[in-house]
Design a protein around this ligand. Structure first.
Ligand code: SAH
Ligand code: DHB
Ligand code: MG
Length: 221
């Protein structure tokens, strides 16, 4: 693999189609300077999320794993007037950085951050009848990805788009019995997604800025 050319082509695509405006640049710099992990989706992946939200006409979006709100901004910007995005984040320090970035982007009226373990907040959402969501983006801890898929289905309707980040992990999902629990988690997710007859899904393999990985995209039948 020629990683240099993949990185250069990623820059080329991002310069053409995802140039950072002030709010996105502010989010990127605040994430870099606040010491939280720099594992946001790339600019090109953010644009893809934005397009998928527009394509699906999403008015209600659920995100699992906020970090500094970078993907949140791309998704929330696709919402029509009156649209809402709910994003779940375990770490209060990440949620605080995200809230500032969302405010800076002028999206505080559309976005709500729920701090807590998504494995606990997702059942609460079901109890509150918070669904169905039109688009659900899974991007939190990898071990429970298959459980997040089950919750996503409970909070969905026919036509809901379900997207999950980091499902290829540099090809480690090819291992039959992955020793790494993160890889095992996404591998189990991929099998569950493929086997579920209420979902039509696929995975797009990605290279470039964020190394070799993949994004799963599915629609509820
Ligand atoms: N979607 C973000 C990146 C998310 S990184 C973006 O692309 O901009 C993963 C995030 O999930 C981290 O902030 C981490 O703290 C959070 N997380 C990890 N385990 C979690 C859990 N059980 N519940 C909710 N959030 C969790
Ligand atoms: C990593 C990347 C991600 O996009 C993520 O959500 C979690 C971890 C990583 O590269 O380790
Ligand atoms: Mg990710």
């Amino acid at each position: 693999m020629n990683e240099t050319i993949f990185g250069q082509v990623d820059d080329y695509i991002n310069n053409l189609f995802s140039p950072a405006d002030e709010a996105l640049q502010h989010a990127v710099s605040s994430i870099a300077s606040s010491g939280i992990p720099q594992i946001s989706v790339s600019a090109g992946q953010g644009k893809l999320l934005h397009i998928l939200a527009k394509l699906s006409g999403a008015r209600k979006i659920l995100e699992i794993g906020t970090l500094g709100g970078y993907s949140t901004i791309w998704l929330a910007r696709a919402l029509p007037a009156g649209g809402k995005l709910l994003t779940l984040e375990l770490d209060p320090a990440h949620a605080a950085v995200a809230q500032k970035n969302i405010n800076y982007a002028g999206l505080d009226g559309k976005v709500e951050i729920r701090t807590g373990n998504a494995l606990e907040t997702l059942p609460l959402l079901e109890k509150e009848n918070a669904g169905p969501f039109d688009l659900i983006f899974i991007d939190a801890d990898k071990e429970p990805y298959a459980t997040y898929l089950e919750w996503a289905l409970k909070l969905s309707r026919p036509g809901t788009v379900i997207i999950a980040d980091n499902v290829i992990r540099e090809g480690k999902v090819l291992e039959e019995h992955p020793a790494d629990p993160l890889v095992e988690g996404v591998s189990r997710f991929n099998k569950a997604l493929a086997a579920n007859t209420t979902l039509t899904g696929t995975i797009i393999q990605t290279v470039g800025e964020k190394n070799h990985d993949g994004i799963a995209i599915a629609i509820v039948n």
